[in-house]
Design a protein around this ligand. Structure first.
Ligand code: NAD
Ligand code: UDP
Length: 328
C-alpha cells in the first residue's frame, strides 16, 4: 500500500485530495496547523484505518516515521484576505515550508507535487496564460507575499529536481471552487453565496469587468492526481478555461440563489488581475485531462453545501468587516 503525505489536509483542496487518495487505496497522512483550515473538513476521515492526522506547522522541521511514496504540498493561505492578514506566515509556508518538504522528499526518496497557482502570472499580459509565460507580478504589492512565495516555491522545487534528481511535479492551479470552501475566506464564490444567503447585496469589486475562469473541485483533483502519476517535472496549468466577468458571474449567482438583492460596487483591490484564463493545451496532451463539470452544475453543488450551513456560520461576516483589503 503506497503512503502519501498531504499538507494543508484540513483545507479545501487538501481535504478533497485526502478523500481521493483514500478512495484510490493509499495510506494517507494528513498534516495541518489549522491556520486557515477547519477540523470539520477531515472529521469523516479521523477513524478511517488508512488515515492518520498530524497537527504540525510545516515551516518547522518535519519528522515522519517509515517510508513515504508521495508528498503533496498544499499547505498555504490561499485567499487574498487570508494572505493580507497573515503575510509572514504566507511567505514562510511557501518558502521554508516547501524547503522542509523537499528535504523530507529527498530523505524518503519520495515523489513530491507542489501546489502552485495562476497568481504566479500576476496581472497577466498574455491571454490565455500558457505555462511558458513568465508573468507580471508586483513584488512589493499586497499580493506579492503570496505570488512571490509561490514563485520561489517553483524555483526551489526545480533546483531540487535538477541538482538532487528528485522526482518533482508542479501544478499551477487556477480558481477552484466547491464544497468545504470557508464561507468567510473572502474569495468571490463564498463571498457572493454568503451575501445571497444572508440577504445582503453582492459586492462586486471595481466595475466587474475583470475575468476569472472557475474550475469545480472534482475536476481539479482529477488533474492533480493524473499529474502526480505522470513523468512530467515542469509546471502544468490545471483549471477550467470557461472565462466570465465578475459582474456576469454575480448575476448568475443572483439567479441561482433566487436572492432579491442587487449588486453594489466597491473599490478594486490593488493589483487585482484584470483577466485570467488557463491555456490547458499541455494538460490535455500530457494527461488526457480536461474539466468535465460545467459552471452551472458545479455552482449548484456548491450552493447546496453553503445552504446547509448553520445560521451561526452564515452570520460570521469576517469578510464584510475586514478593513485591510484595499491596500496602498
Ligand atoms: P485553504 O486555506 O482551504 O487550505 C490551506 C490549508 O493549509 C489550511 O488547512 C491551512 O490551515 C493549512 N496551512 C497553512 N499554513 C500551514 C502551515 N504552515 N503548516 C501546516 N498547515 C498549514 O486553501 P485551499 O484553497 O485549499 O488551497 C490549498 C493550496 O492550493 C494552497 O497551496 C493554495 O495556494 C493552492 N491553490 C488553491 C487555489 C484555489 O482556487 N483553491 C488556486 C491556486 C492555488
Ligand atoms: N471579488 C468581488 N467581490 C468579492 C470578492 C471578490 O468582486 O466580494 C472579485 C475580486 O476582486 C477578483 C475576483 O472577484 O477580481 C476573484 O477574487 P478571489 O478573491 O476569489 O480570487 P483571485 O483574485 O485570487 O482570483
Amino acid at each position: 500500500m503506497k503512503k502519501t503525505l498531504i499538507t494543508g489536509a484540513a483545507g479545501f483542496l487538501g481535504s478533497h485530495l485526502c478523500d481521493r487518495f483514500i478512495k484510490e487505496g493509499y495510506k494517507v497522512i494528513g498534516m495541518d496547523n489549522f491556520i486557515t483550515g477547519d477540523k470539520r473538513n477531515i472529521h469523516h476521515l479521523m477513524n478511517h484505518p488508512n488515515f492518520e492526522f498530524i497537527e504540525h506547522d510545516v515551516t518547522e522541521f518535519i519528522s515522519i516515521e517509515g517510508p513515504l511514496d508521495y508528498i503533496l504540498h498544499f499547505a498555504s493561505p490561499a485567499s487574498p484576505i487570508d494572505y493580507l492578514k497573515i503575510p509572514i506566515q504566507t511567505l514562510k509556508v511557501g518558502s521554508l515550508g516547501t524547503h522542509n518538504l523537499l528535504g523530507l522528499a529527498k530523505a524518503k526518496n519520495a515523489r513530491i507535487l507542489i501546489a502552485s497557482t495562476s497568481e504566479i502570472y500576476g496581472d497577466p499580459l498574455v491571454h490565455p496564460q500558457t505555462e511558458d509565460y513568465y508573468g507580471n507580478v508586483n513584488t512589493i504589492g499586497p499580493r506579492g507575499v503570496y505570488d512571490e512565495a509561490k514563485r520561489f516555491q517553483e524555483s526551489i522545487t526545480m533546483a531540487y529536481h535538477r541538482f538532487h534528481g528528485l522526482e518533482t511535479r508542479i501544478v499551477r492551479i487556477f480558481n477552484t471552487y466547491g464544497p468545504r470552501m470557508r464561507l468567510n475566506d473572502g474569495r468571490v464564490i463564498p463571498a457572493f453565496m454568503g451575501q445571497a444567503l444572508r440577504g445582503e447585496d453582492l459586492t462586486v469589486f471595481g466595475d466587474g469587468s475583470q475575468t476569472r475562469s472557475f474550475c469545480y473541485v472534482d475536476d481539479e483533483v482529477e488533474g492533480i492526481y493524473r499529474l502526480l502519476l505522470s513523468d512530467y517535472a515542469y509546471p502544468v496549468n490545471i483549471g477550467n478555461p470557461n472565462e466570465i466577468t465578475i459582474k456576469d458571474f454575480a448575476e448568475e449567482i443572483i439567479k441561482l440563489t433566487g436572492t432579491t438583492q442587487k449588486i453594489t460596487y466597491k473599490d478594486l483591490p490593488v493589483n487585482d488581475p484584470m483577466q485570467r484564463q488557463p491555456d490547458i493545451t499541455l494538460a490535455k496532451k500530457l494527461l488526457g485531462w480536461e474539466p468535465k463539470i460545467g459552471r452551472e452544475e458545479g455552482m449548484k453543488l456548491t450552493f447546496d453545501y453553503f445552504k446547509n450551513l448553520t445560521k451561526d456560520e452564515l452570520n460570521k461576516s469576517e469578510h464584510k468587516d475586514f478593513k485591510g483589503y484595499i491596500n496602498k
